[in-house]
Design a protein around this ligand. Sequence first.
Ligand SMILES: Cc1cc2nc3c(=O)[nH]c(=O)nc-3n(C[C@H](O)[C@H](O)[C@H](O)COP(=O)(O)OP(=O)(O)OC[C@H]3O[C@@H](n4cnc5c(N)ncnc54)[C@H](O)[C@@H]3O)c2cc1C
Length: 425
Amino acid sequence: MAFGEMADVVIVGAGPAGSSAAHYLAQYGLDVLVLEKAVFPRDKICGDGLTPRAVSELIRMAFPIPESEGWVRNYGVRAYGGGHMIEVPWPDLVSQPNYGSAVPRLDFDCRLIRHAQKSGARLREGVTVTSVVKDSRSGRVIGVKARNTAEKGTEFTVRARYVVDAGGVSARIATAAGREKNPRRPMGVAVRTYFESPLASTDMMESHLELWAGKPGSSELLPGYGWVFAVGNGLVNVGLGTLSSTAKPTGIDYRKIFRTWIENVPEEWGLNEETRRGKLRSAALPMAFNRKPHYADGLALVGDAGGMVSPFNGEGIAYALASGRILAGYIAQSLGRMTLSRQDRVMREYPRELRAELGGYYTLGRVFAALIGRPEIMHLCVKYGLPHPTLMKLVMKLLSDTYDRHDGDWMDKLITALTKAVPKA
Ligand SMILES: Cc1cc2nc3c(=O)[nH]c(=O)nc-3n(C[C@H](O)[C@H](O)[C@H](O)COP(=O)(O)OP(=O)(O)OC[C@H]3O[C@@H](n4cnc5c(N)ncnc54)[C@H](O)[C@@H]3O)c2cc1C
């Protein structure tokens, strides 16, 4: 096949995973081309929450998030459940700052890809990648086919030494290459919208740990939790996520549950139809490495395309950014090797590092997903656990992945030991 264009690396999708990979690859001096089907600024259905882990990735990328430019900061989680409320500040860690942030993805993703462009990455917007191109003899992925949606659907091909699927939960390119999702891994579904709220300047992320199908206390408890995050400009992002320990559809009417839940959020938030700004929209969250391998035959997966959302809390941005960073390092190293087999030997370290970093943590997350899949257990945990600050501090560290892997306090050491004791996802 005659290729129209060439690049060292082609990245499919300019979400956080694609932008992170593009930024680092460009900094390594590689020619990186990002193909994005949307045109920026574009929205992405999300809670917009950045935990300290996500902020630590932004700091590494030298991506500034100054409060003077409207980036809000939060300093912990305020959790409600079982008739109790507790505030747990973000811990003081070596590996992460003690603050998080939140900014609408409409703005965040646009700034992030511009940052990657400043580092030297090339971006083509309004381009949908439709499939991979494989070498007819070896079966190795050597490029992509794409359609220019802006220019009457003209088609073209790009040849690359590596192709990266950063296309989010749809993982169209990975699927086209035969990498199906594992139906036995947990899957979340979440809905969110925005409201104008008098409490929009709060500096805590609110979590409502019990999700009732109807009146709290006297209706069915559902597996999942609700959130309210301040995102600046007088707005809060409000949503709820439900979790299933497998990819089987739950049959839950999320919109109905959302309406009921909103009626029970403390009145001072002022959440109602008059203050709502935006549609209620939902999307899936692929968790616990539900699509693998993360690298084989010239094709790498990052972020949601590789099922990297945390089963503990539905957070995916930090892992999207981290996987882009880790992948870029191995691609840069591998391209210093002369033969394909030597390059692939280096590239196999990418999934190994991901597994070493997150495999045990995600296995614990799968146990958690199975437990909260039985909401009566969650109810008991919340009712008897929430009044105990030390226990909640430990739980919050585990749920939000805010612990030091090395040289932490006794809680960090306990979580690290647990992640090492279980098989890796
Ligand atoms: C309701 C909801 C709330 C959430 N809340 C949070 C939260 O508060 N904090 C958090 O950390 N995570 C949250 N998440 C998860 C988070 O949104 C994802 O984990 C994150 O966006 C993953 O980033 P990504 O770059 O892998 O994929 P995406 O952000 O989905 O980006 C993929 C990009 O690829 C493009 N693309 C796809 N296919 C193609 C193609 N064929 N050709 C060209 N381009 C393509 C898309 O247009 C998109 O721009 C939430 C998710 C949902 C659904």
